[in-house]
Design a protein around this ligand. Structure first.
Ligand code: SF4
Length: 363
């Protein structure tokens, strides 16, 4: 397995909180707070223990484009000094289309960003409003056009399905609108009711699609993207011309990555650990996050479980020798798994119930 590392930088600023969101982020921060946060990220970056080869850097959030081009440029140039970034290193940035402008897209590109992940979510403006998103579908169209003009050749659109008030007809429209924009990559997730979110607290005010409707929308997602030439390479991910998310594949292949910033997770030399979800503490003492030494190493058994859980999410699957033959044949008979080249993979039908499949295989 390659010795390369991926870096994740959490930029935990949002203009306002979307009602379904449980990610760690803080509302609109002052310029001083952002500068102090940049300083803390630089400090943690400089303290990294081993300068191994980096094949992916990902700025996620939150809303990374609230950090602004000047800070991102400074951070990326320090990352390049501290680490060896491969020539084809994927440098991704999540973008909220509501606050994107051409000048910033140009500056991010000049700083080295070569992949964008735009949070479109839906093309239905009423649904976007209901979710608390601060943009319209037209913002996504403009953002996409600006990004193409600037020369970005690797763009992903994030979509959501199984949304309140949605049905297959409305989701079909979102899919068509997304496909018309010809992104290299699409990620699509069903809405989840997460602990502590306003949506969960007010769930009785909404009509949610039932499981059958959710299933139909997922099937629609798979068939429309497949028909448009996208490879369904992970439960929720679809890529054209091999533009898979290198960063996410790094996670799913159980390779090392380091997370910078509050609430960021790391997997490093067989250890998993995460930073405390508290930006104030992080700014005060970012090196507390360098938990490389004290984190507990995963046991051999836990590592194999991780390989199974993460590998089965993708169309690469896992080595057959890691799984019980008896359980595999039961699931193959039901049409949930298939075997090829000594690797076990989940079928398209099985991906919707992958949690149950993986639970059964690990039990
Ligand atoms: S913009 Fe993204 S991170 Fe921020 S609140 Fe909305 S979903 Fe959460």
């Amino acid at each position: 397995m390659s010795d390369s590392v991926a870096l994740y930088y959490h930029i935990p600023f949002c203009k306002r909180k979307c009602i379904y969101c449980a990610f760690y982020s803080v509302p609109w921060a002052t310029e001083e707070v952002k500068d102090a946060y940049l300083f803390a990220l630089l400090k943690q970056t400089a303290s990294f223990p081993e300068p191994r080869e980096i094949t992916s850097v990902y700025f996620g959030g939150g809303t990374p484009n609230l950090f602004g081009p000047r800070r991102l440029d400074k951070l990326l140039s320090e990352i390049s000094k501290r680490f060896h970034l491969t020539e084809d290193c994927e440098i991704s940035m999540e973008l909220n289309p509501g606050i994107s402008c051409f000048e910033d897209l140009h500056a991010y590109h000049m700083a080295g960003v070569n992949r964008l992940s735009i949070g479109m979510q839906s093309s239905d403006d009423d649904t976007l409003t209901l979710l608390g998103r601060n943009h319209t579908f037209l913002d996504t169209v403009n953002c996409m056009n600006d990004a193409r003009k600037e020369g970005y050749g690797n763009i992903s659109l994030d979509l959501m399905f199984a949304l309140p008030g949605m049905d297959c007809g409305k989701f079909e429209k979102t899919l068509s609108d997304a496909l018309n924009l010809e992104p290299e990559h699409i990620s699509a997730y069903s809405l989840q009711l997460e602990e502590g979110t306003p949506l969960l607290m007010a769930k009785h005010n909404y009509i949610f699609p039932d499981e059958d409707e959710e299933e139909r929308e997922y099937q629609l997602l798979c068939s429309r993207t497949g028909g448009a030439g996208y490879r369904h390479y992970e439960i929720s991910s679809f890529a054209r011309n091999d533009h898979v998310s290198r960063h996410n594949m790094h996670y799913w292949q159980c390779r090392d990555y380091i997370g910078f910033g509050p609430a960021a997770h790391s997997y490093w030399n067989g250890k998993r650990f995460s930073n405390k979800a508290d930006i104030k503490e992080y700014i005060k003492e970012p090196l507390i996050s360098n938990d490389y030494d004290s984190a507990e190493r995963l046991s051999e058994e836990e590592m194999i479980e991780e390989q199974i859980m993460l590998g089965l999410r993708t169309d690469e699957g896992v080595k057959a020798s890691l799984l019980s033959k008896k359980k595999v044949s039961i699931l193959m008979e039901k049409g949930y798994l298939f075997l090829n080249d000594n690797r076990v993979r989940i079928t398209e039908r099985g991906w919707r119930v992958s949690n149950s499949i993986i639970g059964f295989l690990l039990a």
